[in-house]
Design a protein around this ligand. Structure first.
Ligand code: SAJ
Length: 430
């Protein structure tokens, strides 16, 4: 086996998954070349800095760049292992777009040689790895493609990333990995690569099963969050505290309900279930409905918050823009959608608190809304809309919230007084 320091790895795509992955592999001593289409990303990394926020990533990247085990480029080069970690978005019609994956495969085809291993990590519709194989076969007829009746000259596998933003560097090492080979031999070859840096179990299967496993994991979470969000609407109608109900129901040994919120954000759970729906629309009513319930929750929160704001006077604090707690990622964020929607309706009355932002995103342009710190919001706003469960917001004690009207979509303040007259505070399910 090639020693760590002799192993050459190319990681295509230096985003939220590609960069941490490249850095973790570079830490083993392997020589890693990270490829990105954006020159500014390449320059940032080569200067030892990072263009994305992730716990401990800056220190790791500056270390491996200084050691010379990680470099970045827009130009591909030969390697032993190629890891594709590019985005797979969907279009307006919810159809997956694997264009970036195919472009990455096209670029590595130029330098592919016998003995190499190619691994796709991007969340992908079932059958994508086979499409990559067919593309490589077409571009490189001089090399035998795997899975076409004979042993291939190179290995090709699908191994989905499964890391949670905010815990990426830990989960890259500790999580189990599912490795789906185009052939069992391809899976074993990819397995020997992951064993170099993964402490979790590495389980092998075929490429299609691995592709569907990834989509299944995120659809499972989406469906379960939709259940919690639907419950929150029912509880609101009934005048019951949904978090109390969930806490009590979860005392049953076989019940484990997730948490309601203002909707589902991020670039994975709100996207991936559509890949299953697009593949088999007739047989996916539950998965599609869950998506609609979660998106509908955001609209519901906007309407609920608008009604509350209309009943009150003075500035209104919207707490949080991130798509979930304690991160700076605003992609597909329901909190951002709610706050921006309210800013469009109520203009300068809206004061946004987001400890992870230096300025309001462009969605607020021209609305008159402002970004303020938490203390200013507490001092000046008699109405508060909780949209993200950042630790900073959780820590606001009950006496600082006294007398305020509160719409808490995350259930972070169970002690919020309910006496609507003395302290006009509401704890609504959102
Ligand atoms: N959310 C709720 N209620 C909950 C849990 C989450 O409303 O009980 C919301 C969050 O606030 C957020 C959204 O769901 O808006 C998604 O957050 P998340 O923490 O559930 O997931 P992500 O998108 O950060 O990461 C997911 C993870 N998948 C699963 O847990 C099955 C992660 O392991 C994947 O690697 C990642 O998607 C991905 O890249 O696919």
């Amino acid at each position: 086996m090639v020693s760590d320091s002799e192993l050459k790895v190319v990681v295509l795509g230096l985003g939220y998954i590609g960069l941490p992955t490249a850095a973790v592999i570079a830490r083993t001593g392997a020589r890693v070349l990270g490829i990105d289409v954006h020159q500014n990303v390449v320059d940032t990394i080569n200067s030892g800095k990072v263009h994305i926020e992730e716990v401990d990533l800056d220190g790791l990247v500056s270390g491996v760049v200084a050691r010379g085990t990680l470099t970045a480029s827009i130009q591909i080069a030969p390697a032993d292992v190629f890891v594709i970690a590019v985005p797979t978005p969907f279009g307006d019609d919810h159809q997956p777009n694997i264009g970036y994956v195919l472009r990455a495969a096209t670029s590595l085809a130029a330098v592919l040689k016998a003995g190499d291993t190619v691994i796709l990590e991007s969340t992908s519709p079932v059958g994508t790895t086979e499409k990559v194989r067919d593309l490589l076969a077409e571009l490189r007829p001089d090399l035998k493609a795997p899975g076409r009746g004979e042993a291939g000259d190179y290995a090709l596998a699908y191994c989905p990333e499964r890391v949670l933003p905010g815990r990426i560097l830990v989960e890259l090492i500790d999580n189990d990995r599912v490795i789906g080979g185009i052939t069992p031999r391809c899976a074993r070859k990819a397995l020997s690569f992951y064993r170099r840096f993964v402490r979790g179990a590495c389980v092998t299967t075929n490429a299609r099963a691995a592709e569907m496993t990834k989509l299944t994991e995120n659809a499972f979470r989406d469906v379960n969050i939709a259940f919690a969000n639907e419950l929150s609407l029912v509880a609101d109608t009934m005048g019951v505290d949904v978090w109390e109900v969930i806490r009590l129901a979860n005392r049953h040994p076989r019940v484990n309900i997730l948490q309601p919120g203002p909707g589902v954000g991020g670039h994975c759970i709100a996207v991936d279930p559509w890949f299953l729906v697009a593949a088999d629309p007739e047989n996916t009513p539950l998965i599609r409905t869950a998506r609609e319930v979660n998106d509908g929750k955001t609209e519901h929160v906007i309407a609920r918050a608008a009604a509350l704001i209309e009943e009150t006077a003075g500035p209104v604090a919207c707490l949080g823009l991130a798509f979930k707690a304690n991160i700076d990622d605003f992609r597909e964020s329901p909190a951002l959608k709610v706050a921006a929607g309210l800013a469009r309706g109520f203009g300068a009355r809206i004061r946004v608190v987001e400890p992870y932002a230096n300025a309001l995103p462009h969605e607020f342009d021209g609305t008159g809304a402002t970004l303020v710190d938490l203390d200013t919001a507490i001092e000046t706003c008699s109405t508060m809309i909780v949209l993200v469960d950042h630790d900073l917001f959780r820590s606001v004690p009950v006496d600082e919230r006294a007398g305020k009207a509160v719409l808490d979509t995350r259930g972070i303040w169970p002690d919020q007084p309910r006496d609507g007259r003395v302290a006009p505070a509401l704890r609504l399910a959102g």
